[in-house]
Design a protein around this ligand. Structure first.
Ligand SMILES: [Zn+2]
Length: 213
């Protein structure tokens, strides 16, 4: 397995970690059709949506740098499974090698391409990184994205942000877990929306640009 790490060093005093998983689930265990449950998923939303936004942010920040350095982390092995022991593998590896002092905080994007996008506050993120979560949601509200980022708690999610938080990098997970095609062969691009990707991309971009480290 391979994590892909890209560092954009703009000579700023602090560095933010932006991450998404680039692997997809090798088995569609929630597929309606039992014959398809051993098939891998396409992962248009569960995987590719976060990667798409990160790639666009790289292009945007290259043209016009934010006031922070940005490390982009594309994790592998997030969704191997079947159990949690065989998941989050790339993030666990990165967390083991990283010096937490190198990062101000992290933002994880996962399943953010859904057509009716709604990203509530994720409770593990609030537990580990409350200040960051509150600052981000206040910012999203201030730029008119309060409906996409409502100030309510969503479900607890075990995701790549857990090992990073445990290693000392405060990291929040932006995720819309309300997605009927999760871990099915129906997780395909037609279920996603460029508008949703744009909202998340603009929220993260604008948040980083508003920072005064
Ligand atoms: Zn998944």
């Amino acid at each position: 397995m391979w994590n892909i790490v890209a560092e954009m060093d703009f000579g700023k005093p602090k560095t933010v970690l932006l991450l998404a998983h680039w692997d997809t689930r090798p088995s569609a265990e929630h597929d309606d059709d039992p014959a398809k449950r051993d098939n891998p998923i396409i992962g248009a939303n569960d995987g590719a949506s976060g990667v798409a936004v990160l790639l666009e942010l790289m292009r945007v920040f290259k043209e016009n740098p934010p006031p922070v350095n940005v490390t982009f982390l594309f994790t592998d092995g997030e969704d191997v499974g079947p159990s949690l022991n065989e998941m989050l593998l790339g993030a666990k590896h990165f967390a083991k090698l990283a010096n937490p002092k190198d990062y101000w905080y992290g933002i994880l994007l996962d399943m953010i391409g859904d057509k009716d996008l709604r990203i509530p506050k994720e409770p593990n993120s609030v537990y580990y990184a409350r200040t960051l979560v509150d600052r981000f949601y206040r910012h999203a509200h201030a730029i008119g994205l309060g409906e996409t980022f409502p100030d309510v708690l969503g479900p607890w999610i075990e995701d790549d942000h857990i090992p990073l938080n445990q290693a000392g990098i405060p990291t929040m997970n932006l995720i819309d877990f309300d997605y009927p095609y999760w871990h099915t062969t129906q997780d395909t691009p037609d279920k996603c929306s460029p508008d949703s990707l744009g909202k998340v991309g603009r929220a993260v971009e604008s948040f980083l640009r508003s920072e005064r480290p």
